[in-house]
Design a protein around this ligand. Structure first.
Ligand SMILES: C[S@@+](CC[C@H](N)C(=O)[O-])C[C@H]1O[C@@H](n2cnc3c(N)ncnc32)[C@H](O)[C@@H]1O
Length: 240
């Protein structure tokens, strides 16, 4: 993929800054309303419990961050971190009325250079974020570094489905229909072409499990959602 002479990070940041206001609506439409249910599964796999401190990397508009907060309140807290100012502004707006908003801190920062000490969190999540990083392994290593021994590292992202016919329909939906929907509802065809390109070039769930293992995580596995069109990949930092 080429990024018009920019770095991948700069390209990605510009994309998300430009679609921040319509991001949640498009997500709801593209996932046929299933995204909330998928996020709850991520929270379960992360084993988020009351009192825990969890970090949500590439938090965007804060939808997964909020689901995590629901699980860790009343005594826990969640830190959401993202490098797009506009996505973070939207996150703050989205949670304005949220009763537990005081349990959430939003920070601006890079997933490849997290501003946290080693072993800081009881869990780490990344929602549709790894695919956007110029170095996926480095992103996983950073998650590994900032969680405590025994904590879960969990990613949810587009997957590679192997089911015949569904596979063809899925890529057709991604390549042709989603950019059209982006043009209609989010005034951004190019941004949604990027979604197709980044998803088609991304690792399969099995390859991602291998990356998690190479980064030192244990008990790594994946859970297919929507027939493998979306997948949760996870692993646990060794207890020592
Ligand atoms: C597809 S959105 C996902 C947002 C959110 N996690 C969700 O579940 O809807 C990807 C997010 O990753 C952020 N992002 C991409 N690369 C990043 C990086 N290197 N550091 C921090 N954030 C990054 C983008 O700004 C964007 O908000």
């Amino acid at each position: 993929m080429h990024y018009s002479g920019k770095s991948k990070s700069q390209h990605v940041k510009e994309i998300f800054n430009s679609i921040a206001g319509k991001y949640d609506l498009m997500n709801r439409i593209m996932s046929l309303g299933l995204d909330k249910r998928w996020r709850k599964k991520v929270v379960n796999i992360c084993r988020a419990r009351p009192g825990m401190s969890v970090v949500d990397i590439c938090c965007g508009t804060g939808m997964l961050t909020r689901e995590l907060a629901e699980a860790v309140v009343p005594s826990g807290q969640v830190v959401g971190i993202d490098f797009s100012e506009k996505m973070l502004d939207q996150a703050v707006k989205n949670l304005e009325e949220y009763v537990h908003k005081d349990k959430i801190i939003f920070l601006s920062g890079d997933a490849l250079d997290l501003p946290f000490e080693d072993n800081s969190f009881d869990g780490a999540t990344i929602g549709w974020g790894l695919r956007n990083l110029p170095d996926v392994s480095k992103g996983v290593q950073e998650m590994y570094r900032v969680v405590k021994p025994g904590a879960m590292v969990v990613s949810i992202d587009m997957g590679k489905t192997a089911i015949p016919l569904f596979k063809q329909l899925y890529w057709l939906y991604f390549e042709k229909l989603i950019p059209l929907m982006g043009e209609i509802w989010a005034s951004g065809r190019d941004q949604y072409c990027y979604l197709y390109e980044s998803a088609s070039e991304f690792y399969s769930q099995k390859e991602l499990v291998q990356i998690f293992q190479t980064c030192g995580l244990e008990n790594c596995n994946y859970l297919n959602l929507a027939l493998g069109a979306v997948a949760i990949v996870y692993g646990q930092k060794p207890k020592k």
